[in-house]
Structures are given as C-alpha cells and as structure tokens.
Design a protein around this ligand. Structure first.
Ligand SMILES: NC(=O)c1ccc[n+]([C@@H]2O[C@H](COP(=O)([O-])OP(=O)(O)OC[C@H]3O[C@@H](n4cnc5c(N)ncnc54)[C@H](O)[C@@H]3O)[C@@H](O)[C@H]2O)c1
Length: 291
C-alpha cells in the first residue's frame, strides 16, 4: 500500500457533493490545503460565499476533472444510491468517499457499475477540525481508492483509522452508542440525573479517554482489575435493542436538542456552551495544513 501511495500523484482536484454542515467543512479543509475544490448542492441558492471554493450549479460541472469525490448529502440510502449512480454515469470510476454515518459502503455500492470506486470516509463534526476520519472499504473496494483517499486525508492532517472490513456504525459510533445505552439506563432507573451522569463523563472518564483509549486504559488500570470489572458488570449492563423512549418521546415533542432549543437540557444561548468552547479550542489548536 505504501508503495502504491508513493506511485500516485497527489490529488489536485476535489469535488464535494452536499453543502450542509459536513460538506462545507470538508470543502474548507481541502481548499485550505490549496486544492482545487468544487461543491454542488441541490439547493444551490442556499449556498453562502465560499472563499477558495467553486460553487457549481449542476452535478456534471462539479465533477469535471475531479480526481476524488466526497459525498456529504442527507442521510437517506435511496438518495445516496441515486446520487452515486449519477456520479458514475457522469464520471465513471472516480473514487467516491461517502461521509455517511450509518450506511455500510457495500450498501451504497449495491447495483453500481463501479462498486470498486466506493468507500466511506467518516468525518466528525466539525470536519475541518476534529482529527479522526474512519476509512471503511467494502469487500470489493479497490485498494487504489483506499490508498489515494487515505493519502489525501493524511496530507490534510487527519488521523485516519482504517477498518479492515465494513461494520454497521464503524468504530466510534458503536463505542458512543454503547455508552449512551448505559447512560439512558442509569437515568431511567433514577440512579442519577442527566446532569450528574454527564458530570461523571466530563470530569472522569472523558478527560482520561482524550489521552488513552479503552485498551490502554485497561492496561494502565491492570488487566486483573478489568477482569473483575468486566466479569461482574457485563451481565448487569443494559441490552436494550431499540431507540430509548427517553430519546424518542422528546423527538415526538419536537425537542431535538440544541438545534431546537430543548433536549435533555434547555438551550437559551449556544455561545458559551461547553461544546462550543470545545469547538473553539480545537480550531485554535489545529495547525493549518501545508499548501
Ligand atoms: N452532522 C454531523 O455531525 C455528521 C457527522 C458525521 C457524518 N455525517 C453525515 O454526513 C452527511 C451530511 O450530513 P450533514 O449534517 O452535513 O447534513 P445537512 O442536512 O447539513 O446537509 C446535507 C446537504 O445535502 C444536500 N443534498 C441532499 N440531497 C442532495 C443531492 N441529491 N444532491 C446534492 N445535494 C443534496 C442538502 O440540500 C443539504 O444542503 C450525512 O450522511 C450524515 O449522516 C454528519
């Protein structure tokens, strides 16, 4: 793979499809590296001024000359599959890295003429700031598609974590979902409030996990201890198999969290929230990519 990466000339032209939260940030990331970036969104009229990024009025002009495409449209399987068919009609086997949060690349590639061109590059919001990108091929993704996507992302300063094979939720969202399932169980059973459960993460396991993942944490704590902890607690942990009522009932009420002003918390102002402060700190700490 390394030799193949060396043999590939660097990508100079990037197309981004979908100019929402993620697509705009992905476009900014590559424009900041001095790459030629074109972006297309079906709601073109909504697009703001984007310095260094060419806004296209149709898909075909966006794809012209693109050596790689980042797909960041809404999370609907049929819409993504239809778009991928259109991309391949217009641009053949150009590698397409989807930013999907939930679909496996094999699902996205179903029925395509060039399934080998499809993979997932799963960024985290804000995509131009958070280092991690999970890179997920499916069974027949071409090694060259993985290699050039990875080389470009690493050049952009991203920490690329490749998966050896596709799995629902990839790595980070599976880990997050496991924690959320247990957090909801603690809330439902009246063990602690949402604030108190959040505090246990923010002031306890969270800072530790910013420095070491679960395996290093186990090593440092002692595997004999973790044998006892997992053996005692695993049989007691939540095994809930559907979206929890605590989330679903709020969604029904239109309580979608910060974006609607109400979720588990009320949001009067976002400017001083810890998450916004984190965003600001990460932005300040991120070094500009070399052009
Ligand atoms: N928001 C996040 O935190 C986050 C994190 C990781 C991955 N993702 C994934 O990234 C993708 C985009 O998410 P987002 O939050 O940016 O969504 P968004 O709703 O902010 O933006 C999606 C954009 O895609 C456009 N669009 C929809 N269909 C299109 C089409 N056929 N052609 C062109 N444009 C089209 C919409 O007009 C919209 O502007 C989704 O797959 C999502 O699951 C989101």
């Amino acid at each position: 793979m390394a030799n193949e990466a060396l043999a590939q000339p660097p990508i100079s032209s990037v197309a981004v499809i979908g100019a929402g939260t993620m697509g705009l940030a992905i476009a900014r990331l590559f424009a900041g590296m001095g790459r030629s970036v074109r972006i297309y969104d079906e709601r073109v009229s909504n697009l703001p001024e984007l310095p260094g990024i060419e806004v296209c009025l149709d898909l075909s002009s966006c794809l012209m000359g693109a050596e790689i495409v980042f797909e960041a449209i809404s999370e609907q399987l049929s819409a993504k599959q239809a778009l991928l068919r259109q991309i391949q009609d217009l641009a053949g086997a150009v590698p397409v890295a989807s930013n999907t949060s939930t679909f496996r690349p094999g699902q996205l590639a179903e029925g395509l003429v060039h399934p080998e061109a499809i993979l997932v590059a799963h960024f985290f919001h804000p995509a131009d700031v958070v280092p991690l990108v999970e890179l997920v091929p499916h069974a027949t993704t071409a090694a060259s598609a993985v290699t050039i996507t990875r080389a470009l992302l690493e050049e952009a300063g991203k920490v690329v974590v490749p998966l050896s094979r596709e799995v629902d939720g990839f790595i980070a969202n599976r880990l997050q979902a496991a924690l959320v399932r247990e957090a909801v169980w603690l809330l439902r059973n009246g063990i602690a409030s949402a604030e108190e459960i959040d505090a246990a993460v923010v002031h306890g396991i969270g800072p530790r996990w910013a420095l070491a993942g679960p395996f290093e944490v186990m090593d440092r704590g002692g595997l004999d201890i973790w044998q006892a902890v997992t053996g005692r607690l695993f049989p007691l942990l939540s095994v809930e198999a559907s979206a929890p009522e605590e989330i679903s009932s709020r969604v029904v009420q239109g309580e979608l969290g910060a974006k609607s002003g109400q979720g588990f918390y009320s949001y009067d102002t976002h400017s001083t929230s810890p998450m916004n402060r984190l965003d600001a700190v990460l932005r300040a700490a991120s070094t500009p990519a070399a052009s």
